[in-house]
Ligand binder design. Structure first.
Ligand SMILES: NC(=O)c1ccc[n+]([C@@H]2O[C@H](COP(=O)([O-])OP(=O)(O)OC[C@H]3O[C@@H](n4cnc5c(N)ncnc54)[C@H](O)[C@@H]3O)[C@@H](O)[C@H]2O)c1
Length: 437
């Protein structure tokens, strides 16, 4: 099939590459000239495990093309995916301007029947708005389908190639057939394609992300309670996770969720609820807990230094909002850095993939280390903000010899508390008793 993907970011590039991998001819369109010229030259623009190999193969075998020209990009396509940004607007609702702008353009450009697919996360009713925007100028038949994307950054290729489910919202039989054929290679193992109406599909995505965010904030509050009551959150987590109704995943406490999806999607669902005069109270609390959780380590750090961080120097491991990605949108690490610097401290950071992106945003506010150990040199303490695998079994001798004092504040519970005690560290984590020097 001939496919066009408009928007070549995290979702668009993975979508385009994976559709090319199953034999489709894919053109990716983006307004970012620099991005398109890099991609056309074979240079991948995001870090995503496994993507580069597929990208290179499909580019070489000429199933993957890149352009900045929308008219040229869509002319032969049967299906056009919109993988455009839907950032929060000033009031927290999803900003649909990127999508509606392209929809306006498509209305003028369509020359034959096409299926236009919303892959972006969009509020209920967007498929209708996109339809209306295209219909203003279109002289041919077309269908608008809602096909929300559930991939997770860090395992995006795996998620796309073997999705738990594919959700397709459409009331058109013609579009349903096209979408079913396109996704058939991805569900050969029997995972379902769930067909529904457009509005239910749109809400499914927000419901999924909001539920997961709720699970995270719930566990973060349990962790706070554990500390206050003298319980151990690891034990509680294992105790409840063995119950099939609860499940083992998404029960790890930490320093809050970040990224481009959970924060904005929870906020957008709250806003959508308000628009129909409904106060989604649970989600208000989820957001509130998360805001505070990002700075959960700060009082612990401050207490240790008796309220005076001026002149202290910290090593910070992990900048990405989660491991295996270079995405730093809403990353808790950035909030921690900001708070430390405001208190007069300095910070030396290391992240396996996210440092160029951080440099682009905060420049020389911190120093960038070549590796996780050089970040420790002359630091008063180590702070851990992202659970990259390489941080899980570090060389504690190197940590000991580089830090001024054996002090670790761990926002991701990477280490065993008794072991840290044995090694002689002061070690604070989330929802567990600290170990002392
Ligand atoms: N990132 C994720 O993990 C993820 C997962 C599921 C769903 N989503 C949703 O998918 C959507 C896209 O997210 P993303 O993370 O890929 O965003 P992104 O910012 O990484 O990519 C968006 C791309 O669209 C391009 N663009 C903007 N305007 C354009 C235009 N007029 N024409 C062509 N290209 C244009 C930008 O240059 C950029 O490359 C959002 O709605 C997001 O909520 C994201």
């Amino acid at each position: 099939m001939k496919i066009t993907v408009v928007g070549t970011g995290y979702v668009g590039l993975v979508t385009g590459t994976c559709f090319a991998e199953t034999g489709n001819d894919v053109t990716c369109v983006d307004i970012d000239v620099n991005k398109v010229s890099k991609l056309s030259a074979g240079q991948i623009t995001i870090y995503e495990p496994g993507l580069e190999k597929l990208f290179e193969r499909n580019l070489k075998e000429e199933r993957l093309h890149f352009t900045t020209n929308l008219a040229e990009g869509i002319q032969d396509a049967q299906v056009i995916f919109l993988a455009l940004p839907t950032p929060p607007g000033e009031d927290g609702s999803a900003d649909l301007s990127y999508i509606l702008k392209v929809a306006d353009q498509l209305g003028v450009l369509l020359k034959d029947y096409k299926v236009i697919v919303d892959k972006s996360t969009v509020p209920v009713g967007t498929a209708d708005k996109v339809h209306a925007a295209i219909a203003k100028n279109a002289k041919v038949e077309f269908d608008v389908v809602s096909n929300p994307e559930f991939l997770r950054e860090g395992v995006a290729v795996e998620d796309f190639m073997k999705p738990d489910r594919v959700v397709i919202g459409t009331s058109s039989e013609r579009a349903r057939k096209v979408m079913g054929d396109l996704y058939a290679p991805f569900v050969r193992q029997g995972n379902p394609i769930i067909y529904m109406d457009e509005k239910s599909a749109e809400l499914t995505k927000y419901a999924a992300n909001s539920f997961l965010a709720t699970k995270i904030s719930f566990m973060n509050e349990i962790a706070i309670l554990c500390e206050k009551l003298g319980a151990d959150v690891d034990m509680v987590r294992r105790g409840i996770g063995s119950d099939d109704r609860i499940g083992k995943r998404f029960l790890f406490p930490g320093i809050g969720y970040g990224g481009s999806c959970f924060p904005k999607d929870v906020q957008a669902l709250v806003k959508s609820s308000q628009e129909v005069q409904y106060a989604f109270r649970i989600l208000d609390a989820v957001m509130d807990v998360n805001e505070k959780q990002k700075l959960f380590l700060l009082p612990k750090i401050s207490n240790y230094y008796k309220g005076n961080l001026k002149g202290k120097h910290f090593a910070l491991w992990g900048l990405a909002f989660k491991p295996n990605t270079d995405d730093i949108r809403e990353a808790p690490a950035l909030y921690i850095i900001d708070a430390l610097v405001k208190e007069g401290a300095t910070v030396s950071v290391f992240d396996p993939e996210a440092m160029p992106n951080v440099k682009g945003v905060i420049g020389e506010k911190v120093t960038y280390a070549d590796n996780q150990y050089t970040a420790l040199e002359n630091a008063d303490a180590l702070i851990i903000a992202t659970e990259w695998s390489v941080f899980r079994t570090p060389d504690f001798d190197k940590i000991t010899s580089s830090l001024k004092e054996k002090v670790v504040f761990d926002g991701r519970n990477l280490f065993d508390v008794p072991r840290m005690q044995e090694l002689g560290f002061f070690y604070e984590s989330v929802g567990r008793k600290p170990s002392t020097i």
